[in-house]
Design a protein around this ligand. Structure first.
Ligand code: ARG
Length: 461
């Protein structure tokens, strides 16, 4: 029969209502394998402290191995009245090692330091998986940028035509934030790599155990510096939740563009059939559901972060049961991202851009007006005047329903004495993009350079 880990001073068992509320195995069972790894490490320090004999350590390690195998193949699982993963696994250990030996493992540890450690172990593994999946999206963006070559598109601000840019330049502008997200995960790991094990309930252990040995055994860089902090802090979990939310937001911004680009009105891009969905009533429909789900799930990922921060706000030190609420938000983020990222990568990989349409639209909306102003500046005209003159060109064209390059020599001269016919040399998309040739600019040579840098960064990890 299942026994709570804390029955001694209580007259009877917990009420069914309390049990139902308290239960966490439906989510914390995901940590079972980590808990057993922690137990293996803990058994070793108990042995080193003289609290387990050689034979006991051997028997304990064997029983934990059997338990791990039974958990892995589903032979052993939580029972309805196991309060949490720790309770269930102690029951499993006692069933395999006997009550005498099984009952010794809990010495010098608490569920408070255990759970704080397990969450870190779990998230450190998941962070590696997620970083790899983010890098796959980055790779697909880089490949698309490579394919785009020197194709141009209308660059936008305020969603209005602004200046022509290279399509590759724009695609890479989505790759860099994702590369920074991978950097964030790597940097986060520095703080996640400290083990709370040995902190006990909050004050540490009196049994001569070695937290550094457990930390090393579990792949941490070292133990936490402060046992109270070790059991109470969840900033490491919240920081992970922020990075997960940021990844969601970065994907969502690209998703929004893909949704717009895929409309009839924009017509910039075509989605592959296998990465789009149909309508149950409108036979003609082909919908960008992956992008929409990415945009929708960003909201959910942000909600997970916000909920977790709200849980932590106002919690006194050290452990409070509220902290049990730290897990579901990040578990949800992990489940969300690990399904979303591969679908998103496939969608990006199979996008086809209508580069002819993009090129035709690039000079529309008077997007070369800045080029006129900057040409005038090179002629020695103060920018304030140049801006006015270029604006007057736009006004004249708008009134007559023509484009900047349609202005005759006489039109130009009438607008400003500084406007010579040579200004037309910059009134082409090619001329415009080629002229923006400082570092980070949209000139083809610079974008090619940037593409190499992105490739290098993406393979560094
Ligand atoms: N299940 C708890 C959690 O996830 C750990 C148990 C600590 N419980 C306690 N009463 N001290 O945070």
């Amino acid at each position: 029969p299942t026994v709570a880990l804390w029955g001694g001073r209580f007259a009877g068992g917990p009420s069914p209502e309390l049990q139902a509320l308290s239960l966490s195995t439906h989510f914390d069972w995901a940590l079972a394998a980590y808990d057993i790894r922690g137990s293996q490490a803990h058994a070793k320090v108990l042995h080193r402290a003289g609290l387990l004999t050689d034979d006991e350590l051997t028997a304990m390690a064997e029983a934990l191995d059997v338990l791990a195998a039974d958990v892995a193949d589903g032979t052993f699982g939580p029972a309805p009245d196991d309060e949490d993963v720790h309770t269930a696994l102690e029951r499993g250990l006692i069933e395999r090692a006997g009550a005498e030996l099984g009952g010794k493992l809990r010495a010098g540890r608490s569920r408070n330091d255990q759970i704080a450690t397990l969450v870190r172990l779990y998230l450190r593994d998941q962070a590696r998986t997620i970083a790899g999946q983010v890098l796959t999206v980055v790779d697909e963006l880089i490949t698309q940028a490579h394919t785009a070559g020197t194709a141009v598109m209308p660059g936008r601000t305020h969603l209005q035509h602004a200046q022509p840019v290279l399509l590759a330049h724009h695609l890479l502008a989505h790759a860099w934030p994702l590369l920074r997200d991978v950097d964030r995960l790597i940097d986060w790991d520095v703080r996640a790599a400290r083990s709370p094990y040995g902190s006990g309930a909050l004050a540490g252990s009196s049994l001569g155990l070695d937290p550094a040995a457990v930390a090393a055994d579990l792949g941490f860089d070292g133990p936490v510096e402060n046992s109270i902090d070790g059991t109470a802090a969840r900033d490491v979990v919240a920081e992970f939740a922020f990075v997960a939310a940021m990844i969601g937001v970065d994907l969502s911004r690209l998703a929004e563009e893909i949704i717009l680009w895929n409309t009839k009105e924009f017509g910039f891009v075509r989605l592959d059939d296998s990465y789009s969905t149909g309508s149950s009533i409108m036979p003609q429909k082909k919908n960008p559901d992956i992008a929409e789900l990415a945009r929708g799930k960003a909201g959910r990922l942000i909600g997970d972060l916000a909920g977790l921060l709200a849980t932590l706000k106002g919690l006194p030190l050290a452990y409070n049961r509220d902290l049990q609420e730290d897990k579901e938000p990040v578990f949800d983020q992990v489940a969300t991202l690990t399904v979303l990222l591969p679908a998103f990568a496939g969608m990006v990989r199979t996008l086809t851009f209508d580069t002819a349409r993009l090129a035709a639209l690039a000079p529309q909306g008077f997007s070369l007006a800045t080029d006129i102003a900057e040409w005038l500046v090179r002629e020695g005209v103060p920018f304030r005047v140049a801006h006015e003159v270029a604006g007057a060109c736009v006004k004249a064209c708008e009134q007559r329903g023509i484009e900047l390059w349609d202005l005759s020599d006489a039109d130009l001269a009438a607008i400003s004495e500084h406007l010579h016919p040579e200004v037309r040399s910059v009134l082409s998309v090619e001329g415009s993009v080629a002229s923006r040739d400082a570092v980070g600019g949209t000139a083809p040579a610079r974008v090619a350079e940037q593409l190499e840098q992105a490739k290098e960064r993406a393979t560094e990890y």
